[in-house]
Design a protein around this ligand. Structure first.
Ligand SMILES: C[S@@+](CC[C@H](N)C(=O)[O-])C[C@H]1O[C@@H](n2cnc3c(N)ncnc32)[C@H](O)[C@@H]1O
Length: 318
């Protein structure tokens, strides 16, 4: 890391961990991933075991838990879905989840709202259609940059958990969402964002963000929350509310950090297990070890919830 301003004990600890990580991984490779759907699908296929067994302990959630009291509990993995449930009203008849993964969120909601029709969308080539789901859930393979398989105004609510960060064309995603949402319909996004534009980051911050996100196959460099708000406004959304939930993911981050610490500090075991674990999947440990430091304070990464309402008829709610 060159031309960098290292000015806090946090930054020095990041550098120390990066040195250790470099002993195990070629960091230049992380940015080589193309922003193509096959690379992303292949990463999640390879990481299925890790996300299922370690990350969510069999719960199929491929996202952070939201913990309110500083302690991680398994049910925290359903906090995002709980929030979606709170946003549903008796008028909500059809819900679309983008980048649904193993459909953990949709599967959590569907039995509770048995008269609502749920659609979950994820990329082809990742065994998505094999997911077992309740009768009121339809699984669709596709790319959220092109929602032409859905009619205009066909959903009352669209939500996306930790997936739009993968997009290098977020404006296109939000235009597509605006088209398939009915006027007055609601979009809910939970994701990792950067609190400032890349142009305002130091070289050190840019490099660290690129390594952390790249190790999770997120190679798009622009994750600035300000741009997302602009994209939403341009796509015809209003009432845009951004909530910073960074504090609530700390217990999840600490938990993943403990696994990653073991991985990077026990060389003998790592060398043994590395032969058994897919390389792409094992690189997720890089994010596991660095993320608690990057979300510590608000200058590198943030975890935000964004709620926006599609412009149109007033009073239709969602
Ligand atoms: C971190 S996982 C989150 C999965 C799920 N939302 C959850 O909360 O458990 C990201 C998911 O986004 C999907 N994804 C990434 N890019 C996509 C795209 N362009 N279209 C549809 N899904 C996409 C990936 O295949 C992956 O399943």
């Amino acid at each position: 890391m060159t031309d960098s301003v290292i000015n806090s004990s946090r930054d020095r600890e990041i550098c120390r961990r990066l040195e250790q990580i470099r002993v195990c991984y070629e960091l230049g490779d992380l940015q080589k991933n193309a922003e193509d759907p096959e690379a992303i699908a292949s990463y999640y296929r390879a990481s299925d075991f890790y996300y299922n067994a370690v990350h969510s302990r069999g719960g199929h959630a491929i996202h952070m838990g939201l913990s309110k009291d500083g302690l991680f509990r398994h049910e925290d993995l359903f906090a995002q879905a709980e929030f979606v449930a709170e946003q549903m009203t008796p008028e909500t008849r059809s819900v679309l989840e983008l980048g649904a993964g193993k459909a953990a969120n949709t599967k959590y909601l569907a039995p509770r709202f048995s008269d609502v029709s749920f659609t979950a969308l994820d990329l082809p080539d990742r065994n998505f259609l094999r997911t077992r789901v309740p009768d009121n859930v339809r699984l669709v393979e596709g790319d959220y940059h092109d929602l032409s398989c859905f009619a205009a105004s066909s959903f009352d609510l669209v939500f996306a958990v930790e997936t739009i960060c993968h997009s290098d064309r977020k404006g296109t995603v939000y235009r597509e969402v605006a088209r398939v949402l009915r006027p007055g319909g609601r979009l809910i996004v939970f994701d990792v964002f950067e609190p400032k534009p890349i142009s305002e980051m130091s070289v050190f911050e840019r490099d660290v963000d690129a390594v952390v996100l790249g190790s999770m196959c997120v190679t798009e460099r622009n994750q600035w929350i300000g741009d997302t708000v602009l994209f939403l406004e341009k796509s015809g959304f209003s009432g845009i509310a951004v909530s910073d939930l960074t504090d609530q993911i700390q217990p999840s981050l600490k938990r993943l950090e403990r696994y990653a610490e073991q991985w990077f500090t026990h060389g003998k075991a790592r060398r043994l297990f590395r032969k058994l674990i897919n390389e792409k999947a094992s690189r997720t440990s890089i994010a596991g070890w660095l993320m608690p430091l990057c979300f510590d304070g608000i200058d590198l990464l943030q975890y935000n919830r964004v709620v926006a309402v599609k412009d149109g008829l007033a009073g239709t709610g969602s």
